[in-house]
Design a protein around this ligand. Structure first.
Ligand SMILES: [Zn+2]
Length: 123
């Protein structure tokens, strides 16, 4: 026999808590990934790089793509932080550009989406 109280319990508050948790976890992950990229020995010889012996060649080849990856991480981080702010100001789920709903499917795939598909593509 289903319990009507527990069914009612899954309201907006519970799901926005989940979203905040997802966003915070993503933020932490992005900061860690950016930290790893920034940690690579470039000008500074003082950082310990004993663990990465043998990766020198691929490191040089990957330099440009690392910069691109870092840029992407930074862009995503900005979106994650904006999405958290939107949660707080109760505008989460609305496009930052046109104000239209971003759409549940898009938010499910990309919880830190702050623009609708059209406006995100326009950038
Ligand atoms: Zn829009």
């Amino acid at each position: 026999m289903p319990d009507p109280v527990s069914e009612h319990h899954e309201g907006m508050d519970a799901s926005s808590d989940d979203i905040a948790e997802t966003l915070h976890a993503k933020r932490t992950e992005l900061l860690q990934q950016m930290g790893v990229l920034e940690e690579k020995p470039t000008d500074h010889g003082s950082i310990s790089f004993g663990k990465r012996v043998g990766e020198g060649t691929s490191m040089a080849v990957d330099r440009l793509s690392q910069v691109a990856v870092h840029d992407r991480l930074q862009t995503t981080l900005a979106d994650v932080e904006r999405a958290l702010a939107k949660l707080e100001e109760s505008s989460y789920g609305s496009c930052d550009v046109c104000g239209e709903p971003i759409g549940a499917e898009r938010l499910e795939a990309l919880p830190w989406a702050v623009r609708c598909v059209e406006d995100a593509a326009r950038r």
